[in-house]
Write a protein that binds this ligand. Structure first.
Ligand code: MTE
Ligand code: MO
Length: 302
């Protein structure tokens, strides 16, 4: 495909100047330039109209234990992480297993902007304008076999570049998992960018999961393995302390963490005297996700 580098995307559609060239190229996957204004860039039916946090907030207050426990550690140490080359091992109950180069994995994926609320289990929150594609699209590409019931993810292990992995803080690799229907839900995103730029390393470059109706720790960063399984996979915080961190970890203001209430949250960036805001069931995404849990006791299956 030929791509005129001198064309400004803001000339094509106002929204597109928000998305940088690499984000758009990945999304287009070889389609003609004229389709930039196509469905992938339609004003987000899944996006919140809440005010997004600044890139400064989003990239300076992070949880990424591979780089340390402190909220400022990822911004301080993650810039040295090598994210190119990058490959993702896809295995388990799939038709097309393999060790996919990042570019191959992204081919054909429709990169969209999704402005999502993000709620950490520690009772702080942000609003983040992600760029990414639906996990369902990737799973369709690799071919999920009928016996698969869960999707499992792993983060990179590279202690030379991830100082937090030198100590025995967590049992590396960081692991997470979703039920297959959760993974296929249209809200479940694989993010490749924020504010139209490639993901900052501290936010999980080059690709990370975003599951906006679950506590933030489910949104695993810097993914190197995706595995389809027939039984419930291991998940880092769930293994660490199952009484405090359930496998589901759906945002639920009525189920307290054993050490604090989940009824309210502090939106980052609001200043010292900002009022806490009410936490919403499923972080406000009940309309899209509640039916997946019909008949489930959400107190027992927290
Ligand atoms: N690999 C990995 N993924 C991770 C974490 C981590 O420590 N390691 N922290 C999780 C937690 S607790 C949260 S709240 C979010 C934070 O994402 P953000 O820093 O992009 O806001 O990442 C999640 N994904
Ligand atoms: Mo978190």
């Amino acid at each position: 495909m030929s791509f005129k580098t001198d064309l400004k995307y803001s000339d094509v559609t106002p929204r597109a100047d928000y998305l940088n060239r690499r984000q758009i190229m990945a999304g287009l996957g070889g389609v003609a330039l004229g389709s930039i204004a196509g469905p992938g860039f339609a004003a987000g039916q899944y996006s919140t109209d809440a005010t997004p946090n600044t890139l400064e907030d989003i990239s300076s207050y992070n949880n990424f234990y591979e780089f340390g426990f402190g909220k400022e550690d990822p911004a301080e140490y993650a810039h040295t992480l090598t994210t190119d080359p990058w490959s993702v091992q896809v295995d388990g109950l799939v038709d097309k297993p393999g060790n996919y180069d990042l570019a191959d994995l992204l081919t054909g994926m429709d990169i969209e902007e999704r402005i999502y609320r993000f709620r950490c289990v520690e009772a702080w929150s942000m609003v983040i304008p992600w760029n990414g594609f639906q996990l369902s699209q990737l799973l369709e590409k690799v071919g999920v076999q009928p016996s698969a019931k869960y999707v499992y993810f792993e983060t990179l292990v590279r202690p030379e570049e991830m100082p937090g992995q030198k100590g025995a803080s967590l049992d590396w690799p960081y692991r997470e998992g979703l039920r297959l229907d959760e993974a296929m839900n249209p809200l479940t995103l694989v993010a490749t960018g924020i504010y139209g730029e490639d993901l900052p390393n501290q936010n999980g470059a080059p690709l990370r999961l975003v599951v906006p109706w679950k506590y933030g720790f489910k949104s695993i960063k810097s993914i190197v393995r995706i595995s389809l399984m027939d039984s419930q996979p291991q998940a880092t915080w769930n293994m660490q302390n199952p009484a405090e961190y359930g496998f589901y970890s759906n945002v639920n203001p009525t189920v307290s963490h054993p050490r604090w209430s989940q009824a309210t949250e502090r939106k980052i960036g609001g200043g010292l005297f900002a009022r806490r805001q009410e936490t919403l069931m499923f972080n406000g995404y009940g309309e899209q996700v509640a039916n997946m849990y019909d008949g489930m006791d959400l107190t027992a299956n927290f």
